[in-house]
Structure formats: structure tokens, C-alpha cells
Write a protein that binds this ligand. Structure first.
Ligand code: C5P
Ligand code: MG
Length: 201
């Protein structure tokens, strides 16, 4: 049993896609997950689905998301853990939009430890701020997300700087933080990501 777990620990590819809103995490996470046969967990997508279904959880988080604030850590941690449990035996995961706070990062590490898993890499997509804003405006037109309006976009960036950017230090200390340029076409960025994953993993 222990041997099996250790084997899994070595082969599993668990990636965090990191960066501010609009940087391309979701787009790239979907492509990378497909290419490497990983489970893509987008906590934002999970929350939006709950809102659409008007579940108890959806009703609880609806206004928070519409304002660009963060959903309480304990809720997110529970969602993440139960989603991982649904995919026992996966080759690995891509966490997209999680963790967003230090508390979430610590909880993720604890969850991984309990399963003898580990975060392989934290991949940060790097895009200049003016490009981020124009991508978010475009996404608002294409997808009609309630949180892609000018005021809320601004707030989400503020929230990112305050709560999420400090995680860079947390992961640098673990020596698993890597920056990848997020400019260029979707295919360009995908190629850079595959390069990083294939060489450094
Ligand atoms: O990741 P994404 O940008 O899709 O998330 C949309 C919104 O969901 C965030 O702006 C935030 O309100 C909420 N969220 C959160 N905590 C997370 C992920 C998403 O509060 N870990
Ligand atoms: Mg996203």
C-alpha cells in the first residue's frame, strides 16, 4: 500500500495555474489538461455552475462573485477537496483559480500531504496589465460574465494584489514557482507551457 502511494506521488502531475484574472489560466488549463490527461479543476467554473443551478451554495456566493470579492476559504477548501475525491486515481490535476489566499494554499498542501500527493509546479502566466484589461473587456462581450464589468474588474485586480499575489513568495520558498510568458497566440502560450512541463517536471 505504501509502495503504491509512493509510486503515485512520483508520477502524478499536479499543477497550479497562477496569475491575475484575464491572464488566460482557464483557456490554457483546459488545453494542457487535455494534452496530459489531467483533471482540470476551475473553482470559478464550479461556483458559476452552482449559481446557475440556484443551489444553496450558489445563492450564498452569487453576490460575492458579482462584486469581485472572495468566497470564504472554508467553502472553497471543501469544494476543492470533494472535487478531488471524485477523481481518485487521476494522473494529476490542474488547479485553476485556486488557491487564492494563503489559507487556501496551506489547506491545499495539507490535503496533498494527507494523500501523499504533492504540487509539482506553480505556473504563473505573465501578461502586461493593459493587455489583461483588454482581454477582460473582450471576455465580457463574449461570455457575459457578471463580474467582467469595469468596476468589478478593477476590484478583482485589487483583491488579487492583496490576497493572491503574496502566494508567489509562498511557492518560491518551495522552489516550485515558474513564470511563463502569457502573450502571443493561444497556441504560442500552449507551446511554452508544454516546454516548461516537459523539461522541468
Ligand atoms: O477563477 P475565476 O476568476 O473564474 O473566479 C471567479 C470568482 O469566483 C472570483 O472573482 C471570486 O469571486 C470567486 N472565487 C473565489 N475563490 C476562489 C476562486 C474563485 O472567491 N478560489
Ligand atoms: Mg478562469
Amino acid at each position: 500500500m505504501v509502495r503504491q502511494r509512493n509510486a503515485k506521488y512520483k508520477t502524478m502531475l499536479n499543477l497550479i495555474f497562477f496569475g491575475p484574472p484575464g491572464v488566460g489560466k482557464g483557456t490554457q488549463a483546459a488545453k494542457v489538461a487535455k494534452h496530459y490527461n489531467l483533471v482540470h479543476i476551475s473553482t470559478g467554473d464550479i461556483l458559476r455552475a452552482e449559481i446557475k443551478l440556484e443551489t444553496e451554495l450558489g445563492l450564498k456566493v452569487k453576490d460575492i462573485i458579482a462584486s469581485g470579492e472572495l468566497v470564504p476559504d472554508e467553502l472553497l477548501i471543501e469544494i476543492l477537496e470533494s472535487t478531488c475525491d471524485k477523481h481518485n486515481g487521476a494522473n494529476g490535476f490542474i488547479f485553476d483559480g485556486f488557491p487564492r489566499t494563503l489559507r487556501q494554499a496551506e489547506a491545499l498542501d495539507e490535503m496533498m500531504d494527507r494523500r501523499s500527493w504533492k504540487v509539482t509546479k506553480v505556473i504563473s502566466l505573465e501578461v502586461p496589465e493593459d493587455e489583461l484589461l483588454s482581454r477582460l473587456v473582450n471576455r465580457a462581450l463574449e461570455q457575459g460574465r457578471t463580474d467582467d464589468t469595469a468596476d468589478v474588474i478593477r476590484n478583482r485586480l485589487v483583491v488579487y494584489l492583496k490576497h493572491t499575489e503574496p502566494l508567489i513568495d509562498y511557492y518560491r520558498k518551495q522552489d516550485i514557482f515558474i513564470e511563463v510568458p502569457g502573450m502571443g497566440t493561444i497556441e504560442d502560450v500552449f507551446a511554452s507551457l508544454c516546454g516548461v512541463i516537459d523539461n522541468r517536471y
